[in-house]
Design a protein around this ligand. Structure first.
Ligand SMILES: [Zn+2]
Length: 388
């Protein structure tokens, strides 16, 4: 799997000669039911990139990499479970290969000065995850759930009730033993709740789903820490001792998907409302570019139909819409960008800005397929901020 720090590394990469290769393979698209064709298409993409390199001699050192990618593409087939991405530049000895969730809009091949990152927006935008915590009186089992997979992570067993010397005396001691069991169960629930708080505090898990039997919930729920409770996406009924990973996925995925959809919609609504009030929302490319440069952006909202050409200043990094030969900020000659989205994603990843990706969403389409939730607005005074 690709992590944010991997994408950050890709975003920083530059190759003056223009032989940075980005190859994406999407095994199947909903529109293309024939798996075979996808694999053929991928090979054709590499072959035509090879022909381009041979024809104009530009990016000559890319040839070795393209041969190697073609070899890999020849082994790909359309019904594999994962998508694939390869980033390479032999001139600088760079080669990275990643398996990805099959969420790309299609296969593609690009040869340029920088890596083509736009297809990763669909992946980044769906890196939504939760810890599924199965709990009963005797144990806790935790699974990491994403929209694409479920992975068992840890187990905690409750300490077994210690048997004292008084065992065997019926009556008083039976009651005593029962209280002891209750005490151990409570102790265990506390330990599980404590562990969940730790997972949240250390950034391992931002969301939780609890899986338990109905009768367990009222016993366990009071022990949950308040901010774990705030990030509890839901509860599902599961048998904690025997549930398989597949059963966990089946029950919990709906909760996760719904939570993600709700969050995407809520953020977009918030941004549109705030933008109208001149608050913490920016809509449209021009405004978003300005906010990015001012360091105001908390989350970047990108629609799948976003498309824009622009220029970048190699001297100061200033980005502009359209094709201006000189940088508006420093006067240096600019460089053309065929897809501004690549740079926007690079900036977002480098600055820890969340990317939220919208597929076939008419709301974001209406504002040019780009918007941003702002942390603050630098053009407003403190009093204005407090008032909004
Ligand atoms: Zn400049």
């Amino acid at each position: 799997m690709i992590r944010r720090q991997d994408i950050r590394e890709l975003a920083q990469f530059q190759c003056g000669e223009g032989s940075a290769l980005s190859f994406y393979f999407q095994p199947r698209t909903p529109l293309n039911k024939s798996h075979r064709e996808e694999a053929i298409l991928a090979k054709d993409l590499v072959r035509s990139a090879l022909r381009e390199v041979d024809k104009n001699g530009k990016g000559k050192s890319a040839r070795a990499d393209l041969d190697r990618i073609l070899e890999i593409a020849e082994r790909l087939h359309g019904n594999q479970a994962r998508a694939k991405a390869i980033f390479a530049c032999s001139q600088q000895g760079f080669w990275r290969e990643y398996d990805l969730p099959p969420r790309l809009s299609g296969s593609s091949m690009a040869v340029n000065q920088r890596f083509h990152l736009r297809p990763l927006a669909a992946i980044l935008g769906t890196l939504y995850s939760a810890s599924v915590v199965l709990v009963d009186r005797k144990q806790m089992r935790r699974f990491a759930l994403t929209l694409d997979e479920v992975v068992p992570r840890e187990e905690i067993k409750a300490e077994l009730p210690r048997r004292g010397r008084s065992d065997g005396f019926a009556g008083y001691d039976a009651g005593h033993a029962q209280r002891h069991v209750e005490h151990e169960a409570m102790h265990h629930f506390k330990a599980v709740a404590e562990r969940m708080k730790e997972l949240y505090d250390t950034g391992v898990s931002a969301n939780f789903i609890v899986g338990c039997r109905d009768e367990t919930w009222p016993e366990f729920e009071p022990h949950l820490h308040s901010y774990v409770r705030q990030h509890l996406l839901g509860r599902v009924v599961l048998e904690p001792s025997t549930a398989t990973a597949e059963q966990v996925r089946e029950k919990a995925l709906g909760v996760l998907t719904e939570a993600r959809t709700n969050r995407c919609e809520a953020v977009l609504r918030e941004v549109l409302g705030q933008a109208q009030r001149n608050g913490r929302g920016a809509v449209g490319l021009k405004r978003v570019l300005r906010s990015l440069e001012a360091g105001e952006v908390q989350a970047l909202l990108l629609g799948d139909r976003f498309s824009a050409v622009g220029v970048e200043c190699p001297n100061c990094g200033h980005l502009e819409l359209g094709t201006k030969p000189e940088c508006a900020a420093c006067g240096h000659a600019t460089r053309e960008l065929s897809d501004l989205a690549d740079r926007l994603i690079a900036i977002a990843v480098a600055n820890g800005i969340d990317i939220i990706y919208y597929e076939q969403d008419t709301e974001i389409d209406r504002v040019g397929n780009i918007a941003a939730l702002l942390r603050f607005r630098s053009d407003q005074s403190t009093t204005a901020k407090l008032a909004s």
